[in-house]
Ligand binder design. Structure first.
Ligand code: PEP
Length: 256
């Protein structure tokens, strides 16, 4: 029996038009929409937020965005604010995804601004952290994760921290089909929980959810979800097809 409720979040990345998103979500809602044993979040692209939000109405599934700008408004061409996301009934926002760090040069300091803004606007950040293959091979995994935690959560109070979801995503496992072994994942998750206990306190650390992300799919989810400090998954590829995402929610239900 897990003390924390599992969370399964789907990161659609730059996939699905609004119409495709509605069709995907309709199947997910039909299968797991009413259940509340597992928290479920779908994160479509901005352009599908409104239609997907309508398709989720009446279900327990929550809506997340994949990014957000830290400022409230202004001359930031192409960007979207927390208030705009809230206007579409968004409750969660993925921040600091490794693709944003890698392709868009996002730093821990910039990601931290977003985390703080999200919390002020009552959006729950899903803060992504994780090492590259080179960093793992150099034995720097825990050091990298610690730096990202320190940077990303700077200035966040213990009360606000319980609204933050962390996602440990080894960069070398994202979209590659290479999943971290359960031992590798649990080692880092336990390290993160220990760091949270020092940074906040044990109670806060015990409440915060730490998701695993990186080629998680129905076949490897049960073993990962059995690990003490793995509280769910941030799912890329397997969230784009209704049946695999539904199976992941069912796997979390079975592991609860
Ligand atoms: C992700 O992008 O957060 C992710 C985990 O992707 P995938 O499941 O495809 O590895």
């Amino acid at each position: 029996m897990k003390s924390r409720k599992f969370l399964i979040a789907g990161n659609w990345k730059m996939n699905k038009t609004a119409a495709d998103g509605v069709s995907l979500v309709k199947d997910i809602v039909a299968a797991v929409g009413p259940q509340t044993e597992v928290d479920v979040v779908v994160c479509p692209p901005f352009t599908a937020l409104e239609s997907v939000s309508k398709a989720l109405e009446g279900s327990a599934i929550k809506l997340g965005a994949q990014n957000m700008h830290p400022k409230a408004s202004g001359a930031y061409t192409g960007e979207v604010s927390a208030e705009m996301l809230r206007g579409h009934f968004t409750t969660h926002v993925i921040l600091g995804h490794s693709e944003r760090r890698q392709y868009f040069g996002e730093t821990d300091a910039f990601i931290n601004e977003k985390v703080v803004t999200a919390l002020k606007n009552l959006l729950k950040p899903i803060l992504c952290i994780g090492e590259t293959l080179a960093e793992r091979e150099a034995g720097r995994t825990l050091e990298v994760v610690k730096t990202q935690l320190e940077g990303g959560l700077a200035g966040v109070s213990a009360t606000d921290a319980t609204s933050v979801v962390l996602a440990y995503e080894p960069v070398w496992a994202i979209g590659t089909g290479k999943v971290a072994t359960t031992e590798q994942a649990q080692e880092v998750h336990a390290f993160i929980r220990g760091w949270l206990a020092t940074r906040f306190d044990k109670t806060v650390a015990g409440k915060m959810r730490i998701l695993y992300g990186g080629s998680m799919k129905p076949s490897n989810a049960p073993e990962l979800l059995r690990q003490e400090d793995i509280d769910g998954g941030l799912i890329g590829g397997a969230s784009l097809e209704a049946q695999s995402f539904i199976d992941l929610v069912q796997a979390a239900k079975a592991a609860s």
